[in-house]
Design a protein around this ligand. Sequence first.
Ligand SMILES: NC(=O)c1ccc[n+]([C@@H]2O[C@H](COP(=O)([O-])OP(=O)(O)OC[C@H]3O[C@@H](n4cnc5c(N)ncnc54)[C@H](OP(=O)(O)O)[C@@H]3O)[C@@H](O)[C@H]2O)c1
Length: 283
Amino acid sequence: MKVFVTGATGQVGSSCIRELKSRGMEAKGVSGKDFSLTDTETLRRALLDYQPDVVIHSAAYTAVDKAEDEPELCRRVNADATAEIAKICAELHAKLVYLSTDYVFPGTGTASFEVGSETGPLNVYGKTKLLGELAVREYVPEHFIVRISWVFGPGGKNFIRTMMKLSETHEEVRVVDDQVGSPTYARDVAVLLAHMIETDRYGTYHATNEGFCSWAELAKEVFRQAGRSTRVIPVLSSEFPTKARRPRNSRLNKSSLDRGGFPRLPRWKDAVGRYLIELAKEE
Ligand SMILES: NC(=O)c1ccc[n+]([C@@H]2O[C@H](COP(=O)([O-])OP(=O)(O)OC[C@H]3O[C@@H](n4cnc5c(N)ncnc54)[C@H](OP(=O)(O)O)[C@@H]3O)[C@@H](O)[C@H]2O)c1
C-alpha cells in the first residue's frame, strides 16, 4: 500500500510516517518545506507522480490566533487545498484521511459532541477546517474524517512541551481551568490511522485519548508525572484574552470508533507518560 502524507514535519504527519514504515508500508511525506499546498499545480503533480492508494492529509494552517489576521491564507490552505486534494483522490480512486478538529463545534454546554452534532465554529481556523470536511465529503466517498483535539507529539510546539519549559523557571503557573476537552497523543492517532486505512469502514470519527480534563488539570498531571514542583493556579479564560475565541467544551464522544469496530485510544494520563519519555529523549 502506498500512502502519501501531507504535513510530514508536523506532530501527526511525522508520527504517521513512522508508524506506516514500521508496518512495512510505503509512505511519502511532504510539508511546507517541499511546496505550499496552495500551489495547486505542484500539489497535483506530486500526487499524480506518486499514485497513492491512500492520502493522509494532515497538513493545515494551525496557527489559530494568527488565522484571525490571515483568514484568506488560512482558507486557501485548510479549505481550498483540501478540496483540491479531495478531487485528485477521487480521480486516482485513492482513500482520503482528513484530520479535523474539535474547533468545528461551538463549545456550548457540558455534554460531549457526537460526530453528527451540529457544528458551529467560533473562529477562522475552525470555520476553514469545517469547509475542508465539507469538501472531503463532497468529492470522495472513500474518506475518513478524524476529529482530534489538544494534540501533542514529536517535534511540535504543544502545551505539554510549553509547561515543561515553564517548570524550569517558574514556581507557579496560571493555567485556564474553564476549557475542558481531551488531549490527543499524535503517536496514538497514527496507530489508529494505520489500522483505519486498511479497512473500508469510511465515515467521520472522533479520536482523542480517553477521558476529559481542563488545561489546568493537564498541567498538574504533567508536573506530577515529571516530578516537577511547579504549582498550577487554575484561572478563567478571561484572564488570558486571545485573538481567536476558543470553545469551553471540547468533549468529543468517541462511540463512533466503537461503531466502526476500531479500538479507542489509551487514556490521556497514560499518553502523557509516554510522551514525557519521548520528550526527554528529544532533548
Ligand atoms: N495541533 C492541534 O492541537 C490540533 C487539534 C485538532 C486538530 N488538529 C489537526 O490535526 C492535523 C495535524 O496537526 P499537527 O498538530 O500535527 O500540525 P503541526 O504540527 O502544526 O504541523 C502542520 C504541518 O502542516 C504543514 N503545512 C502548514 N501549512 C502548509 C502549507 N501551506 N503547505 C504545505 N504544508 C503546510 C507544515 O509544514 P511546514 O512546517 O514544513 O511548513 C507541517 O508539516 C491538522 O490538520 C490540524 O488541523 C490539530
